[in-house]
Design a protein around this ligand. Sequence first.
Ligand code: M6R
Length: 364
Amino acid sequence: HKGGYKHFMAKEIAEQPVVIAETIRCYLPSGGDMIDLKEADLDFSKVSRLTMVGCGTAYYACLTAKYWFEQLARLPVEIDVASEFRYREPPLPEGSLALFVSQSGETADTLAALRYCRGKADHILSVINAAESTMARESDIALPIHAGAEIGVASTKAFTCQLVVLLILALKAAADRGTMSAAQIAEHVAALRSLPGAVNSALEQSEAIRRVARHLSEASDVLFLGRGLMYPLALEGALKLKEISYIHAEGYASGELKHGPIALVDTDLPIVVLAPSDGLFDKTMSNMQEVIARKARVLLITDEAGVAAAGGDVWSTIAMPAIHPALAPILYAIPAQLLAYHTAVAKGTDVDQPRNLAKSVTVE
Ligand code: M6R
């Protein structure tokens, strides 16, 4: 049941501080920095390449994790959507670890990609929500995300819990490969432990986001921009919006703006800029100024320091609590979800059961 909420999606967005805390407790049980993968026997020092595959939101979780595994563990990563991967029939070099991300564990293309990797990859690992699923059964190691049942077709809490597990795996990889010091790992773990509280504060922006969403619901197209770890989230924010509000939305890497999409920019194209004040903030701000100069209405999602540094002509800002840069995609998923949700509610669409979509895509 919806527990007093109007939609399952609203309930599942609101549950995130609790389910994220639970996921963290399962993989970092001691209160210290010790990562516990239970019986899973995984040594990343023996892995030469990680291949990650998923569909939709699960694929965007893979894309986010690619940044973590490459930057933190210096591990080469290949990712693809399952429907391309399986027919591409890519060679898997020796030492490959294949990782499949799926909420349901039943998605036809992801399952076919997993079966393709059997016998070709050294290990088959899955990060799944449905612990009893086909993918969980057919993997060497299945890591549950502990998000609880997700009913809304738009994936929300499964995405953030997938990210938590993938970040913890990247930290484990960094530890195994000696690419991070104990102090650096401890710093990331401490940041993870503060995440549920930060997610709670992000949820407090719901009302402010609802006000902006009223305007957004009148747009026919919306552009999402982000750089680095915010790029996959720009894609995810656009997917969420198009799924449930039926507004055409696209996510772009900020640096790609000049290579085409800037031609679309005018007063009728609202642009959502995802930019925590991290090392890439100034670059994203200069992209933002370029669209503002072309009279775009910009909704900037940033932190307090970002609001102060952004300057004047921004149409609207939403402030997130300050967060460790590595964790920003998990925290900034909240306003992206809320924006899609409130826009869909303003439009009066069927939030939990959007047209043409199924929760679990078991046919290709
Ligand atoms: O169950 P899965 O995680 O394998 O599902 C993958 C996609 O079908 C799913 O994420 C889809 O994109 C969602 N509707 C996104 O909100």
